[in-house]
Ligand binder design. Structure first.
Ligand SMILES: C[S@@+](CC[C@H](N)C(=O)[O-])C[C@H]1O[C@@H](n2cnc3c(N)ncnc32)[C@H](O)[C@@H]1O
Length: 156
């Protein structure tokens, strides 16, 4: 395990986010700077997030993953690679987007392959349901993903 890593100011900074850190969330104080923030929901092992964060050191990234196995894997991965502009949180994404995330505060929202639930009786487990999409649209500066998903929702 890598443990806390050094940010550019030399301060120690953990990748893993404690839930208490999300109270009255303000991105500037959370990351210690005012750079644009991108959110990825359902990071899995966080391969995308790792590559994107390394390609954009001028932005901040928060990854959200509910499954503990993948969350731990992703935290360990970011620490080993010493990626300083990423933090990871184990929280339900629907709750984060509806309740925690400040309005219109994200530059981008990434969600890749979140809902492997083809059986009708499992549809209620899907992340992309109307309340989530509506909340995401409010918090997201660019509305492209939400509109795409709205069309998909109508197809079901
Ligand atoms: C099929 S995997 C895709 C992982 C990765 N995005 C990829 O494309 O390889 C979906 C991931 O989303 C996570 N996930 C699904 N719903 C979630 C929710 N409501 N909150 C947080 N994570 C969620 C799952 O735990 C799982 O790791």
């Amino acid at each position: 395990m890598g443990g806390p890593i050094l940010g550019e100011t030399g301060s120690r900074r953990a990748v893993a986010v404690e839930l208490a850190e999300l109270e009255s969330l303000r991105w500037g104080s959370f990351f210690g700077n005012d750079r644009p923030v991108e959110l990825e929901i359902g990071t899995g092992k966080a391969g995308f997030l790792l590559r994107r964060a390394r390609a954009h050191p001028d932005r901040n990234f928060l990854g959200i993953e509910w499954a503990n196995k993948y969350y731990r894997y992703a935290v360990d991965r970011m620490e080993r690679w010493k990626v300083v502009n990423v933090r990871l949180c184990r929280i339900d994404a629907a709750h984060f987007v509806r309740v925690v995330c400040p309005r219109n505060s994200l530059t981008a929202l990434h969600v890749y392959h979140p809902d492997p639930w083809p059986k009708k009786r499992h549809h209620k487990r899907r992340l992309f349901q109307k309340p989530f999409v509506d909340a995401a649209q409010m918090r997201h500066a660019v509305r492209q993903i939400s509109q795409f998903v709205s069309k998909q929702l109508k197809a079901h």
